[in-house]
Design a protein around this ligand. Structure first.
Ligand code: PLP
Length: 430
């Protein structure tokens, strides 16, 4: 597959855009380097690059594009919003409608605030938890990524781990000192952290199903124990559902798993492909936020009609009957096909999957936490990634990122992908 124009554009980009990319996770540094593919057009489950090559997309823009690219219902909503002005700086009727939709689906979000990104949503949840509890420390789980604000770039997964910088430079030690990190799925380690720091802890930040070192579900009882132990110490529980919100069911992972946090952060999917974040939770906690309370959070672009109307349209698509059942069916088909291909060619892998999101790890150990995800073979993944790219399958350029199926993927797309995996594994086995 020729990608000459991509290579040329990358050279040009490097001269003007730092590193040639506007988010480091788009770089190919972790998969052998070189030019990332420059895409020009996207429709449904497909991408076309600037050299005219077509790809089946499992990147889904790192999660938001759950209905496929340029879904007609969402495109119509965005066009209508654009024609009526994209930003008012005043309340609008759509934000009320959207907040109601979200609260109906995720009842723990009794009061909601929209903002512009997952980073902002999580950052503000921490501020609100600190304001409510009067405490400073936070506990997070190793390898979970919660955006790029100072506090959460400690032992961060996803992009930072991909590039080998889980503890970012530029963050004062005094801030890093306020963050305690424990292994995911390790309730003893969490209980110990609470025993030592519980009385100083404002909140524990949790990805209820991890989406930032592949896909890692919580062990049975883990989330329940986190809630109980945190609450006994007077700390709040914040679910970062930026990836998981509306991914596995029409609601949060909290609704699928039956465990409720005090505060929830959302992003990605709820913007229907436009920038958005949202946070919310128990009313008396949320009432810490201005104008009702003393904790400040604001945003010029927050609740803009374009993002909100795209989000409403996206949820309207997702609440159609059968959507999540189809994710399960296609996810299973893909998982089985990948496992079969691995067996045929003697490639050792682990596949973790929840509905239409899965991760393939080149390791013989089950992946249940960050350490076991780190142990997966990154070089083998890099070779696999490039083989798949040449097969016309677009994955994220990182062994830590998930594959996402969208409502636009068909059984034929999945079968074509499985055939590509089979040929790629055959090449790896040589
Ligand atoms: N939280 C989680 C779980 C994420 O996966 C991400 C992004 O990947 C974020 C927060 C940050 O969201 P954003 O990139 O919209 O700032």
């Amino acid at each position: 597959m020729k990608r000459e124009r991509s290579a040329q554009l990358h050279e040009e980009a490097m001269e003007v855009i730092l590193g040639g990319v506007n988010s480091p996770s788009r770089s190919f540094k972790a998969v052998g380097g070189g030019a990332p593919v420059t895409m020009e057009r996207a429709q449904g489950a497909y991408f076309w690059d600037v050299d005219g090559n077509r790809y089946i997309d499992y990147l889904a823009a790192y999660g938001p594009i759950i209905t496929g690219h340029a879904h007609p219902h969402i495109t119509k909503a965005i066009s209508e919003a654009a024609a009526n002005g994209t930003l008012y700086g005043t309340p609008t009727p759509w934000e009320i409608q959207f907040a109601r939709m979200i609260r109906e689906a995720i009842p723990s979000m009794e009061r909601i605030r929209f903002n512009n990104s997952g980073t902002e949503a999580v950052m503000t949840c921490i501020r609100v938890a600190r304001a409510y509890t009067g405490r400073v420390k936070i506990i997070k789980f190793a390898g979970c990524y919660h955006g790029h604000s100072d506090l959460v770039l400690v032992a961060a997964g996803s992009g930072p781990s991909t590039l080998g910088i889980p503890d970012s430079a530029g963050i004062p030690q005094s801030i890093a000192n306020e963050v305690i990190t424990v292994p995911y799925n390790d309730i003893d380690a969490f209980a110990e952290a609470i025993r030592v720091w519980g009385q100083e802890t404002a909140c524990v930040l949790v990805e209820p199903i991890v989406g930032n070192f592949g896909i890692v579900p919580p062990k049975p009882g883990f989330l329940e124990a986190v809630n109980r132990i945190a609450h006994e110490a007077g700390a709040l529980v914040v679910y970062d559902e930026v990836i998981t919100g509306f991914r596995f069911c029409y609601g949060g992972a909290q609704n699928l798993l039956g465990v409720e946090p005090d505060l929830t952060a959302l992003g990605k999917i709820i913007g229907g492909g436009l920038p958005i974040g949202a946070y919310g939770g128990r009313r008396e906690i949320m009432e810490q936020v201005a104008p009702l309370g003393p904790a400040y959070q604001a945003g010029t672009m927050a609740g803009n009609p374009a993002s909100i109307r795209a989000g409403i349209a996206c949820l309207e698509v997702l609440r159609q009957p059968g959507v999540y059942e189809e994710f399960e069916r296609l996810g299973q088909l893909l998982e089985e096909g990948i496992r079969r291909a691995a067996e045929t060619h003697g490639i050792t892998i682990q596949v973790n999957r929840v509905k239409g999101a899965l991760a393939v790890y080149f390791t013989d150990q089950p992946v249940t936490d960050y350490a076991s995800a780190q142990a997966a073979d990154g070089e083998l993944f890099a070779r696999f990634f490039r083989l798949m790219l040449d097969e016309g399958i677009c994955l994220a350029p990182s062994k830590y990122e998930a594959w996402f199926i969208t409502t636009a993927h068909t059984e034929d797309d999945i079968r074509a992908t499985v055939a590509a995996v089979d040929r790629s594994f055959a090449a790896l086995a040589k």
